[in-house]
Ligand binder design. Structure first.
Ligand code: NAX
Length: 326
């Protein structure tokens, strides 16, 4: 039996938390032979901590063989202590009439604090995956506070966009989703993200050739993927939760599996025209468990360059809005 890994999850009493924890504890994130210790960090509010106790009772009731221990806390230095992975899901939601800049600043405070504490108390091999929005910029903020852990350890999730894009392409081409490959998301996790259909393949052939409907790929497809979150809120009355948790399972699982090619948001070093120092969705290949290299040199046509410039500008603007806090 392997020794257990410590997985810290913030926001465990929230919607995504409820869809995520059971999948981590059942082995879907780290594999069927990897025991886990869940370190669950909520806000110090009675209602949230009480709800967390309920979730922990349900986890107990699953009798998961891989779940060795649970720590329930509202103290970040306990929650992140010796953590090998930190899944930063908890964040303040955007309230009515709230400007994006206010949301960035309010969440910025959370991620500054969490970045500092993770850097101080987490394990030496710690990896961080940010889900709480605005996820790309929150990852940049948390990384900015770390001195011990390098910036490449901090990633943000664009996997939900990748999965949404793959599924839409499969539907349009009337093939199973397993026939779709090389779907990469560039840029921000927001409606400006660019789903690079010119690189995607369906049954090994270029997706644009198989679908043959350029206008759909450029407009409707991009909008459906980029605005999927809003469409789900309109239909379901609350935001994506199970699909977001599933995407995080995929994000971490693929980052732990050498050879996997997938999209994650990482610190830019100027690849594909992104500003250095923003966190942008890009294609990566996992090298060793937890580490990756950005896949460089994929061809970009004029349309792709225009779209990347738009999403890059949004990331630069977000960075400007929080610059004073870093
Ligand atoms: P919920 O509001 O249901 O749950 C959030 C939980 O986080 C709450 O229990 C809250 O008490 C807790 N929390 C807040 N601040 C915290 C802190 N400083 N430390 C620890 N816990 C804290 O939201 P949920 O639907 O679970 O969504 C969580 C985040 O994911 C939101 O920011 C949301 O915007 C973001 N999303 C990101 C996605 C992505 O692809 N990157 C997609 C789904 C989702 O919208």
């Amino acid at each position: 039996m392997k020794s257990p890994i410590r997985v810290a999850v913030t926001g465990p009493a929230g919607q995504i938390g409820y869809a995520l924890l059971f999948r981590i504890a059942s082995g879907q994130m780290f594999g069927p032979d990897q025991p886990v210790i869940l370190q669950l960090l909520e806000v110090p509010v009675e209602k949230a901590m009480k709800a967390l106790e309920g979730v922990a009772m349900e986890l107990d009731d699953c009798a998961f063989p891989l779940l060795q221990e649970m720590v329930l806390t509202s103290d970040p230095s306990v929650g992140f202590k010796n953590a090998n992975w930190c899944c930063l899901v908890g964040a303040k939601p955007r309230g009515p009439g709230m400007e994006r800049a206010d949301l960035l600043k309010d969440n910025g405070k959370i991620f500054i604090e969490q970045g500092k504490v993770i850097d101080r108390v987490a394990a030496d091999d710690c990896r961080v995956a940010v889900v709480g929005n605005p996820a790309n910029t929150n990852a940049m903020i948390a990384a900015s506070q770390a001195k011990r852990l390098s910036a490449d350890r901090f990633t943000a999730m664009v996997r939900l966009d990748q999965n949404r894009a793959a599924s839409q392409l499969a539907k349009k081409a009337n093939v199973p989703v397993t026939a779709v490959s090389d779907v990469f998301i560039f840029g921000n996790h927001s409606p400006t993200m660019f789903s690079a259909f010119h690189l995607a393949k369906i049954q090994g052939k270029p997706a644009s050739q198989v679908i043959g409907h350029q206008e759909w790929l450029r407009k409707e497809f991009q909008e459906t993927v980029g605005k999927r979150g809003a469409a789900i809120i309109a239909a379901r009355g609350s935001s994506s939760a199970a699909s977001a948790a599933n995407a995080l399972v995929d994000h971490v699982h693929d980052l732990m599996t050498p050879g996997k090619v997938h999209s994650i948001s990482v610190k830019s070093h100027g690849e594909y025209g992104f500003d250095p120092e923003v966190w942008a969705g890009m294609p990566v290949r996992t090298t060793t468990p937890g580490s990756y290299e950005v896949i460089k040199g994929l061809p970009l046509d004029e349309f792709a360059k225009e779209r990347i410039a738009v999403t890059n500008k949004e990331l630069v603007d977000e960075r400007e809005m929080v610059k004073g806090m870093l």
